[in-house]
Design a protein around this ligand. Structure first.
Ligand code: FAD
Length: 317
């Protein structure tokens, strides 16, 4: 079932979770162990991230180095199918432009369609580590909206081979990303919102936000989206702070602010368990307020911390 149908059918706010595929060479059991305790909260869908390859330097026998491309977390399509099969819930496959040609994207979409994975979150992806700007694959897409158009074309039976006859119409329900504190490359929030509106006009059926730690940022963002004519559901993306390092890593990586009250409380903690307690309490408070506001879904970035998210959701539902 589509994410948007789940939202329409839900009686009140539901929860959903986002997981990463295992590192290459690892089995799927650790992911199941991570998800099993979260299933008691009956998420209607689970998101699985997609990861581009990374460039590494590998030492050759002659002592020189060669640059190689390594995909550390392959398997998004397979993980989606495995999750649907094991838990009987829907899976949302993330798709990214970075590092993928249109042909590879089409192949992934064909696989997803065969497996009955109808939900996709359409993203651009970031630049590879150590490169400061995003550059598309020479045969790929530059922006999420271009990838979205490819998905929407397949929903109309239009594949890359223009003379393909009687191609099936896929039924993808595409979501896109939104940024309450603006995307870091955008000159301002208005410009970012114009591009977000374009993604919705091109067919995006809902938005999932970047994490935020101050609900006011989300409420203002929703108001601005509605004023700009963006009328699709806006699902808040949420994360618990569990380590002091998050105070510097999260703003640097995700370009989000951490409110004074939260950063001071974390800074005062003596042990990591204390930080987790502060992070869980903060996220429970945030989640309750968002529920009262009437958000359709509380979407938790789990990042391998299932117990923390179990504690949060138990405190919320
Ligand atoms: P876009 O919508 O393409 O926007 C990127 C930038 O370009 C923005 O500044 C925008 O304002 C601007 N822009 C958009 N269109 C145009 C245009 N036509 N002309 C000029 N400027 C334009 N990354 C992963 O690699 N894998 C994942 O699984 C993943 N999951 C994510 C899930 C969520 C909920 C979120 C919020 C992010 C996720 N990301 C993921 C990170 C995401 O890929 C990055 O934030 C990326 O930098 C931007 O992606 P986007 O889809 O928002 O890009």
């Amino acid at each position: 079932m589509k994410v948007t149908e789940h939202i329409k059918q839900a009686k009140g706010t539901v929860v959903s979770f986002e997981v990463l595929p295992p590192l290459k060479g690892k089995g799927i059991q650790a992911l199941y162990d991570h998800l099993d305790p979260l299933m008691e909260f009956k998420p209607p869908f689970i998101n699985v991230t997609y990861h581009r390859s990374e460039s590494m330097f590998k030492k050759k026998p002659d002592g020189t180095f060669e640059q190689v491309e390594i995909r550390k977390r392959p398997g998004t399509v397979g993980i989606c199918a495995a999750i649907m099969n094991r838990y009987k819930v829907d899976a949302v496959a993330h798709l990214i432009c970075g590092g993928f040609s249109r042909q590879e994207t089409e192949d992934a979409l064909i696989d997803l369609n065969f497996l009955g994975v109808d939900n996709v979150l359409v993203l651009r992806g970031d630049a590879p580590k150590n490169i400061s700007y995003f550059e598309p694959d020479p045969h790929g897409h530059k922006y999420a909206i271009d990838l979205l158009r490819q998905v929407m074309n397949m929903n109309k039976g239009l594949y890359l081979e223009e003379d393909l006859k009687s191609a099936v119409f896929t039924k993808f329900c595409p979501g896109v990303a939104g940024y309450p504190e603006k995307h870091f490359e955008s000159p301002n929030l208005d410009a970012d919102l114009r591009f977000l509106k374009a993604k919705v006009d091109a067919g995006a059926e809902y938005i999932v936000t970047q994490m935020f730690f101050d609900n006011k940022k989300y409420f203002d963002f929703v108001d601005r989206c509605r004023a700009a004519g963006i009328d699709v559901p806006i699902i808040p993306g949420l994360k618990a702070i569990t380590s002091k390092k998050h105070l510097t890593i999260l703003p640097k990586t995700f370009h989000v602010d951490i409110p004074d009250d939260l950063s001071n409380a974390v800074a005062d903690c003596k042990k990591d368990e204390d930080v987790s307690r502060v992070g869980v309490e903060w996220l429970i408070k945030q989640s309750r307020e968002l529920m009262q506001y009437g958000v359709p879904v509380l979407h938790y970035y789990t990042l391998g911390k299932s117990q923390v998210i179990v504690d949060v959701v138990k405190g919320v539902l």
